[in-house]
Write a protein that binds this ligand. Structure first.
Ligand code: CP
Length: 302
């Protein structure tokens, strides 16, 4: 792998992660620096799955730093003529951008090509496996709000089994001493063994929320559910048992924060009063995403 690529939390040392937090805080407090080092650099963004926050915040970070961006539009591309994702990636790579940001699903050949890319690649999310920039911005937001990660009690609620956000957060937060628990319907919370051993479980949302300092709700990902799982899913039942709506907000500890990576299925995981609640930090996560991604881009191009 190109030593400047950023594809998974496992690729980063604790010192590198800490370095991203320090740099993101500097950018947040002192502003972006447009360095001559980045003048004339070009970042291509290939998002083979939909995105609002991740794509736009990488683009925002690049532009704030004086880096030009080129956005790949699947709908108007030769993918429509049958070109494969791998071939698309290799063709854009052949144009020699300075950096590539990619979001992609399950594709072993593409994954292998990304790992051997001579041009640095930052992951904007890989299938249900990893979303390193989201985990970094979530941890940065927790640090900012709670002052530490060590000893923090983080409850991840909902569709944990399909969630790259949960996978990357479990890896990162437990490495820094946080206690991570999950709550959700059994059919949505199956985890691979390496993650399962790092978490505890609550079958009751109320108990979990009473325990936690940080409550992270997740989007229910219908598009990743196998047909058997989909037939078990009822939005009404989910909302009743694991939704955090006006009625459940009183279960939040007074000093706890509420997070969600977005996009929210309103009325299912969260309702509007929960999103707007004084303890919600959802838009702060989005703002912090630009600083964290800026720090990641700097490292890749430095
Ligand atoms: N959190 C997140 O990845 O959001 P988008 O899918 O909008 O990028």
């Amino acid at each position: 792998m190109n030593s400047f690529s950023l594809l998974d939390i496992d690729d980063l040392s604790n010192e590198q992660i800490q370095g991203f937090f320090t740099r993101a805080k500097q950018i947040k407090t002192q502003g972006f620096s447009v360095s001559s080092q980045f003048g004339g650099k070009i970042c291509t963004q290939l998002f083979f799955e939909p995105s609002t926050r991740t794509r736009l915040s990488f683009e925002m970070a690049c532009k704030r730093m004086g880096i030009s961006t080129i956005n790949f539009d699947s709908a108007g591309s030769s993918l429509m003529k049958g070109e494969t994702l791998l071939d698309t990636f290799l063709n854009v790579q052949a144009m020699k951008p300075d950096l590539m940001v990619l979001r992609f699903g399950e594709d072993k050949d593409l994954s292998a090509a990304i790992k051997s890319s001579p041009i640095p690649v930052i992951s904007g999310g890989e299938g249900k496996y990893s979303h390193p920039s989201q985990a970094l911005l979530d941890a940065f937001t927790i640090l900012e709000e709670r002052g530490q990660l060590n000893g923090e009690k983080v409850l991840i609620v909902g569709d944990v089994g399909h969630s790259r956000v949960a996978a990357s957060n479990i890896k990162l937060l437990t490495r820094f001493g946080a206690k991570v628990a999950i709550a959700g319907p059994d059919y949505l919370t199956e985890l691979p063994k390496d993650l399962e051993t790092k978490v505890t479980r609550f079958s009751d949302l109320r108990e979990g929320m009473k325990w936690a300092n940080v409550v992270m709700a997740l989007r229910v990902q219908l598009e990743r559910m196998a047909s058997g799982t989909k037939t078990q899913f009822s939005p009404e039942r989910y909302a009743r048992e694991f939704g955090i709506h006006q009625g459940q907000l009183s279960w939040l500890n007074k000093d706890a924060i509420l997070l969600h990576p977005g996009p929210v299925n309103q009325g299912v995981e969260l309702d509007w009063p929960a999103m707007q609640h004084s303890q919600s930090r959802i838009l702060q996560q989005v703002e912090n995403g630009v600083y964290i991604r800026s720090a990641m881009i700097e490292r890749c191009l430095s």
